[in-house]
Design a protein around this ligand. Sequence first.
Ligand code: HAM
Length: 438
Amino acid sequence: MINKVKGTYDILPEDSSKWQELEQVISNVSRIFNFKEIRTPIFEVSDLFHRGVGESTDIIKKETYDFKDRGGRLITLRPEGTASVVRSVIENKLYAQANQPLKLYYQGSMFRYERPQKGRYRQFRQFGAEALGSNSPLIDAEIINYASTILESLRIKDIIIKINSLGGSESKDIYKEKLVEYLKPNITGLCNDCQRRYEENPLRVLDCKIDRENPILVDAPKPLDYLNDEDRYHFDQVISALDAIQLKYVIDKNLVRGLDYYTNTVFEIDANVSTLGAQKTLVGGGRYNNLVKSLDGPETPAVGFAFGMERLLIAIEAVKQQTPKEFIHCYMIALGDNAQNEALKIVNELRHGGLICDYDFFNKNLKGKFKQSERLNPMFNLILGEDELAEQVINVKITKTGIQKRVPLNGLYQFLLNSIRNVSSDSCSGNCNSCDEC
Ligand code: HAM
């Protein structure tokens, strides 16, 4: 019997629907963020990854699947998607399109010769996104928001967004010098891997898992403290944009990432899900302002991320038990003949705004209406009577907490949008008295 190759797996029929569901969520959220799909080959000339990902990275040194094809060309199975997307953007001159920045996403198999374990494979799938053509810090925040919205849509809530900045070339060079100077007398106190990294790519020493608690590393200078004014401003703007969209994050001064192309913002999102074991990082990404140029394209700032899709599925499985039963956003209860048509009109408008709404079509008594509401499990009961209609307000009952609010009809949609966020997040139970609704 011939078995599958180590580090690969089959997707059997009973599992393929889970993949299809995940792919559906990815394409829905990508549509909302207006990213378009790009598909590139699974192999490329080796030089692309050597120059793109970086000679001194673990991926290129130890993990690529390289071979010579029958025409003698050096070929590599792609270990990641960014270099291929950049190659395609340059080759197809997408950078010259009128519609900028380019907002692209991709899904597909990647290949790395790593030590296989749960959540880590030799053939694995990534979903990634790249925004090319803008250096605006708002795109950095948009990219992080896009990744976090994917997780929110999959109900993976217990996450931690870690963010850092490495600075541009100038800041990085100054920092590297400081770090080498600091490590020189201390380097023998660190693990063998760190000693190798010190020679080849000193920044990666900060990322060491073995010496993480070692005082030599704890006290080492950090890139964030050596940013020039421009890079510092960029980082501060990213942070302020994240604050504006109320995304929670931690600044992790040791985060450097394992690929060489990063400049300025880098980030990762970890999920606190026990089934993931050691492979808690669902997504990694950052800005790479020099990569397009270094692959012979025009100067083009860019930022992106990639998810490990197997890890997403493992995380989804773990949260599935906690997933609430099916729900709708709003259940409308109209009281009195005059309110009926107006209620129907409101429901219609909310549906056009994307909210899942239902209505009592049997004109049951009040008890019957609430019974029906319980079956449909709405986030909000909307109650419109004649008095409310006269005052152009509506009663909104947040079913999770039982709290009821009187909301002006012309502000209802916005109120519901804000509330959905707070009610779905665990941070507000509906009576914190500090969020918009309480
Ligand atoms: P990366 O951190 O090498 O970044 O990989 C991104 C994600 O792919 C990881 O966080 C992890 O979830 C998943 N992953 C990596 N290796 C494996 C593996 N052997 N088995 C299963 N999952 C894995 C990149 O690849 C960059 N291209 C991300 C990026 C896009 N940066 C900017 N744009």
